[in-house]
Write a protein that binds this ligand. Structure first.
Ligand code: ZN
Length: 501
């Protein structure tokens, strides 16, 4: 059995090599590739994805796994090998249901969708991507149908990103959160909007990038095992545990853009860099779900990076970098500016309080598209209506409306947004648990020290990769099930002070 397990691991590493090569091509496509490379690049990524998929669904893998599953039962239930066999078996069962031709078609379509979106968004041209999006909805439905027995057609798609969750459980969670959030949003937005003009002066790009790098090095992001480049829509990607990259975008008249997206992506990267080295090349060597992943980006971006303590330490340093722009701006003004709450158009720019309303809206639109209750041609109008109802404003065009997010154009429709809000909820739950274990963390943050927090997260979350299921991981790390309580308490405390609620 030991030999069979070694054979399986060897095979899995080769599959991971193919996937990493595809990820590298995708990283290049989103950073340095000239536009002329687009068509061939889509095909190249599709080819590698197909080869990886074919190699994984090889019947020999199925035979190995069937022989190894009883062996896994005999191993200690929490051993790495037992969990690796079980996680791989679940992945395999899921992969064999999707034909390689379909995977290639979807991958090709996604590459074409991404290129079309890159052109359509600045041109405010929804009509240009509409047929592609219609096909995405169709392909998303087909993908779900490879997994019959679901209650809601979105369930299999949600399960890819956030295993164990369904349209029903998320709808219930979101309803609970919504009930708490809406009164907070209302109370805040009835007050005058905070003045954030100090963020909108001219901030040269190179200085912004250098400051961001300084911050994430302090967080613990390891540049020996990563790098940062510029892109349209920031993301984190990994080619091995020793090469975890992030991307950012800079606006010279908006200081918060690069600063917070750098912290955000570094949170994703800290997670991947912190995974147990023994898992390298196996299915255990990645984040466990979209929601848990997002909990780490949001924890570093918001609970740390938008906290008073953090800026108590870093603001004088930022003032040194930008003396003309910030020299005469008090810390309190800056702190209010970076925590400004308002009804706004763009999800990625939205504040912590209103952000989840943007996500819930997309989640519900996805369900309606998949159910066939909403046609793609009616999507821009449905977007505007829901925006007005939830946020009290209407996007002036599709560029800042339905075209703003890349997800539906470069991924699937269904399961791609709920992770952001689950991440917000979990960011507070994990942070709360870390503070209970080490009450000194708050003081350390105000001294620019993050070692204790990073160490706790590494030990309790990052190290495990996909070894434990999401509920197991949450319970082991925090001592309780997923709960909105710490998140609501966090928002009430922070914004209660800021807005004297
Ligand atoms: Zn993220």
């Amino acid at each position: 059995m030991e030999k069979k397990l070694q054979a399986l691991k060897h095979h899995l590493v080769e599959i991971n090599d193919l996937r990493s090569a595809a990820a590298l091509l995708h990283w290049d496509q989103s950073t340095y590739m000239p536009p002329g490379g687009a068509a061939a690049r889509g095909r190249q990524i599709a080819t590698l994805s197909r080869l990886a998929h074919e190699k994984f669904i090889d019947p020999a893998v199925g035979t190995l796994l069937e022989e190894l599953m009883p062996y896994a039962e005999q191993l200690p239930p929490d051993s790495d090998d037992a969990r690796l066999i079980q996680v791989t078996f679940k992945d395999y069962e899921r992969a064999v249901r999707v034909p390689p031709d379909f995977t290639a078609e979807l991958s090709n379509h996604q590459a074409a969708g991404y290129e079309a979106w890159i052109a359509a968004r600045p041109a405010n041209n929804f009509a240009a991507v509409r047929p592609l999006l219609e096909k995405t909805v169709e392909l998303s439905r087909q993908l779900a149908d490879f997994f019959p027995g679901y209650e809601h057609i979105a369930d299999p798609l949600i399960d890819f990103a956030d295993p164990g969750m369904t349209a029903a459980t998320i709808s219930a969670l979101f309803a609970e959160l919504r009930q708490e959030l809406v009164p907070i949003v209302k109370a805040i937005t009835e007050q005058p909007v905070a003045d954030d003009s100090c963020l909108r002066k001219h901030y040269p790009e190179d200085k912004q990038l250098a400051f961001g790098v300084q911050v994430i090095k302090r967080f613990g992001y390891d540049f020996e095992r990563g790098r940062q480049d510029k892109t349209h829509h920031p993301f984190m990607t990994k080619f091995s545990l020793g090469d975890v990259r992030i991307t950012t975008r800079v606006k010279e008249h908006d200081l918060s853009e690069a600063l917070f997206s750098t912290m955000h992506e570094s949170g994703h990267a800290l997670y991947e860099q912190g995974i147990c080295q023994d898992y390298e090349g196996t299915p255990l060597a990645s984040g466990v779900s979209a929601g848990v992943h997002e909990s780490q980006s949001r924890l570093w971006e918001n609970l740390v990076g938008r906290s008073w303590g953090f800026w108590n330490y870093f603001y004088p340093k930022l003032q040194d970098v930008f003396p003309e722009q910030l020299g005469s701006v008090p810390l309190e003004t800056f702190y209010r500016a970076i925590n400004k709450v308002e009804r706004s158009l763009i999800r990625t720019d939205a504040d912590e309080v209103t952000y989840n309303l943007h996500v819930m809206m997309r989640f519900d639109l996805e369900l309606a598209l998949l159910e066939g209750k909403l046609e793609v041609r009616d999507l821009p109008e449905a977007w505007r209506e829901r925006f007005k109802a939830d946020l009290g404003i209407v996007p002036p065009d599709d560029r800042d409306g339905v075209l703003q997010d890349v997800h539906w154009f470069a991924d699937v429709v269904g399961g791609v947004f709920q992770g952001y809000t689950i991440g917000n909820i979990l960011s507070a739950q994990f942070f709360d648990a870390a503070l209970r274990a080490h009450p000194s963390i708050r003081d350390e943050i105000s001294m620019g020290e993050f070692g204790t927090l990073h160490g706790w997260l590494k030990k309790n979350v990052y190290h495990h990769g996909r070894k434990y299921s999401v509920p197991e991981l949450i319970e082991r790390a925090t001592g309780s099930k997923l709960t909105i309580e710490p998140y609501i308490r966090y928002l009430r405390t922070k914004y209660g002070e800021l807005y004297a609620l």
